[in-house]
Design a protein around this ligand. Structure first.
Ligand code: BG6
Length: 450
């Protein structure tokens, strides 16, 4: 079978940093496909390869990587692309075309229209299958997401559409489900009878200047909250699915999303120097902090505190599940600490359970200690990157790591009021936590797990 990935946004940041390395690894592992990168930044393949591909790239990857100058605004642009595909598929029995859209959401509609046009003009005596991959955010808001979906469904079956949220390809996400649903001792403590609160912290040290054009139109809510953060919340709070099949998992995730109450505490900010080199003021939120709750029987009354954004002092990604502390009262000892589960994603993947044990040489005095799982120490440092997992699933035709349209729609519903509020922004100095994030903690009587 001949398989071609047609890479829209082939000269963008995502393609360069994540997708090309993933393609290269997978080719190295025996996956058979070629890549056609589309873009306007370079006039020919030589320039493209020089600028976009690591000098250490494998000969196999380079052999299977082509580039086509492609200007989406040019009405004639589809002709050379159609010709290229036509030439490649000529004389082949079985062909799979994978259109990968790593584009600004505002370009989706046009890209889909162009794909439809090419599709209708291809002629092939072969068994031709196709897939379309759409990066997050899927749409710009609820209305556009639904519109894009309708347009997509005119050209593709839902089973041919892969809506990407690369967090679902991350080891820690899949581990959340295994931790929760393959362990009896966790099952009985994982609900509002034992859990007091949850924190999700995703602080990044980098800014957005490399991707200013994209980010300026997107902002933090569309960039990470509508997708990555909502998916994490579903994995943390969903009921057990009937099986770990994609369909059964989706049913439970949708229940969670539909149970998220309107978000009452939400604040945004942007870092001071955002867009300083661009010559115009860029008023786009780069940091957000919020509190929400999942009103199911098992999670109602467990506040979930979230903070996420750019230009922070330390790169820190973690989830902190804090348990109720009844023991302190029962034992008449305020110094007894609460128990916790800490899932750290960055700087390395670890899962800690914090428990109290006796401090040596004391009389019944305890101290919190951590029982730690370290992914790299236990399984080696070679866990595939999220994008490698995602692309592998696309090649294999397995939709288990992709959010369904229903999940995406529900997530848009939740974040829509946030989008309406996000213009009231605090400007924060780089490398500092915005004031509103500290205030959220103060007002709600908790301490960020720093
Ligand atoms: C992307 C966002 O989806 O996720 C980026 O567009 C963000 O702004 C990134 O930095 C974080 O992903 P990861 O894999 O580095 O945690």
């Amino acid at each position: 079978m001949k398989r071609i990935v047609v890479q829209f946004g082939g000269t963008g940041d995502l393609a360069q940093k994540k997708l090309y390395p993933a393609y290269e690894h997978l080719m190295g592992k025996g996956f058979d496909f070629s890549v056609l990168a589309l873009g306007r930044r370079f006039k020919d393949r030589k320039e493209f390869v020089k600028a976009m591909v690591s000098p250490d790239a494998s000969p196999e990857f380079l052999k299977n990587l082509e580039y086509l100058y492609y200007d989406m605004a040019d009405p004639e642009a589809t002709d050379p692309l159609r010709q290229y595909i036509q030439t490649v598929i000529e004389g082949t029995d079985e062909v799979e075309l994978i259109y990968y859209m790593a584009l600004q959401p505002s370009l989706y509609e046009e890209a889909i229209r162009q794909i439809q046009k090419i599709d209708s003009q291809l002629s092939c005596q072969c068994n031709l299958t196709k897939k379309i991959v759409v990066e997050k955010p899927f749409g710009f808001d609820l209305e556009s997401a639904q519109r894009y979906n309708e347009i997509l469904l005119k050209a593709f079956d839902d089973k041919e559409i892969y809506r990407v949220d690369h967090y679902l390809g991350k080891e820690f996400m899949q581990n959340l489900l295994i931790l929760r649903f393959h362990n009896d001792i966790i099952r009985s403590i994982w609900d509002n009878r034992s859990i007091e609160s949850i924190q999700i912290i995703f602080d990044e040290t980098h800014g957005v200047d490399q991707r200013l054009g994209f980010y300026e139109q997107i902002g933090v809510v569309r960039d990470t909250i509508q997708n990555h953060i909502m998916q994490i919340i579903t994995y943390l709070t969903m009921n057990e699915p009937a099986t770990l099949s994609p369909e059964d998992i989706a049913v439970e995730k949708i229940k969670v999303l539909r149970s998220i109450a309107p978000v009452s505490e939400f604040h945004t900010g942007r870092y001071e120097s955002l867009g300083a080199n661009s010559g115009h003021v860029v008023d786009t939120p780069t940091y957000a902090a919020l509190k929400l709750s999942v009103n199911t029987y098992f999670f109602a009354d467990v506040p979930i505190y979230i903070r996420t954004g750019k230009m922070q002092a330390d790169a820190k990604s973690l989830i902190y599940v804090k348990f109720r502390n009844t023991t302190g009262k029962v034992m008449h000892d305020d110094s007894i600490a609460e128990n916790g589960v800490i899932i750290t994603i960055h700087p390395e993947l670890t899962i800690d359970i914090s428990m109290n044990l006796k401090e040596p040489d004391t009389s019944w005095k305890s101290k919190p200690v951590r029982f730690r799982f370290n992914q790299a120490e236990t399984f080696g440092a070679n866990t595939p990157e999220a994008y490698e997992q995602i692309v592998k699933k696309i090649l294999q035709g397995d939709k288990s790591l992709f959010p369904s349209m229903r999940e995406i729609t529900e997530s848009w519903r939740i974040v829509t009021p946030m989008l309406e509020q996000e213009r009231h922004m605090e400007v924060y100095p780089v490398r500092t936590l915005p004031r509103f994030a500290s205030d959220l903690a103060k007002d709600n009587g908790f301490i960020w797990f720093d």
